[in-house]
Ligand binder design. Structure first.
Ligand code: UT7
Length: 306
């Protein structure tokens, strides 16, 4: 069987924060941020729950699926609104769902982890037939807005997909990984803000993503040449360029949103799915590779026949 995308939805806060806005309050510049990250502006505002509900409702409407027809909600987030319950509980109520619901926290790799989990659960006896997978983060709530090494990167958004069980298998390959010894290079303690060793994360991210994509492709019996569309986590355009160059994937096969959204953690890959669909590149049968990495460190890749 396969978990096929039946609907997509996104949510971006209204407030736009440009690089010049940041340069007005800290020692940075539009030129530096654009050159070193590829980011021009980002959206800030809202809670994880609010953004997730908006994206989820749009995905359900896009799919033409009634909330009562959803069999499972999986919400990926790094920024839960409360310590307990999981933010998926508030989203469940906000969307009027009647199914099971749980959160996944695998940082920026979370949406891809959630996709694999949803696909696997569909294969269980009596498994769900329709799963709403949402990636939502309000990173602005844990960002130190006086720290130029993180404030320039992180922002808020949500993206959602309705995955539907169909007989044709479509998850050709996948890879989930973690290295918990790397907690100290990117973390946020309760009540505090994100702390990051940017250069170290950058270096390790490139290595982890390249290895993860290679592993998932090998399991699929494919090579980088077979990838039609690459939807990478949007952390820094230079990470994406380095990954593409190492894998020999032409840059025009990737779909990026980072220029206008910044790094929105769990939301970046579903935002890219939406952008790829709008760009008309997600034809049926195409080989689509989604790959993410984040705090933990965690990494996750899926190779899907669309
Ligand atoms: O979702 C996953 C989580 N995070 C990531 O993937 C982030 C990965 N890392 C990065 O994206 C990059 O490391 C950063 C964008 C955070 C930093 O870029 P970099 O090219 O690695 O810069 P750097 O830390 O090596 O710093 C180079 C210089 C330093 O000055 P000196 O020592 O050469 O004089 C920094 O102090 O740039 C300076 N700098 C800045 N200058 C202007 C650092 N941040 C800024 C800034 N504006 N915002």
């Amino acid at each position: 069987m396969g978990a096929h995308v039946r609907g997509v939805g996104t949510a971006l806060p209204e407030r736009v924060v440009t690089n010049d806005d940041l340069a007005a309050t800290m020692d940075t510049s539009d030129d530096w941020i654009r050159e070193r990250t590829g980011i021009r502006e980002r959206r800030v505002g809202g809670t994880t729950g609010q953004l997730a509900i908006e994206a989820g409702a749009k995905a359900l409407a896009d799919a033409g699926v009634d909330p009562a027809e959803v069999d499972l909600l999986v919400l990926s987030t790094t920024t839960p609104d409360q310590r307990t319950p999981a933010t998926s509980a508030a989203v469940h109520a906000g969307l009027g769902l009647r199914c099971g619901a749980f959160d996944v926290n695998a940082a920026c790799a979370g949406f891809t982890y959630a996709w694999v989990a949803a696909n696997g659960m569909m294969e269980l006896p009596h498994g769900p037939r329709r799963v709403l997978v949402i990636g939502a983060d309000a990173l602005s709530t844990i960002t130190d807005w006086t720290d130029r090494s993180t404030a320039i990167l992180f922002a808020d958004a949500a993206g959602a997909v309705v995955l539907e069980h169909r007989p044709e298998p479509n998850l050709l390959g996948w890879d989930l990984g973690a290295d918990g010894s790397l907690v100290p290079i990117l973390y946020c303690d309760h009540g505090d803000t994100l702390k990051m060793e940017g250069r170290e994360v950058f270096k390790r991210a490139v290595r982890a993503v390249v290895a993860s994509v290679e592993n998932a492709l090998e399991r699929a019996g494919l090579t980088p040449d077979d990838i039609d569309v690459l939807l990478p986590h949007q952390a820094n355009i230079r990470i994406i360029e380095a990954v593409c160059s190492r894998l020999g994937i032409p840059a025009d096969k990737t779909v990026n949103v980072i220029e206008t959204t910044g790094n929105t953690s769990s939301a970046t890959i579903p935002l890219c799915i939406d952008a790829a669909r709008s760009a008309g590149v997600l034809h049926e049968g195409r080989i689509v590779c989604m790959t993410g990495f984040g705090a933990g460190m965690t990494w996750a890749t899926t190779v899907v026949r669309w």
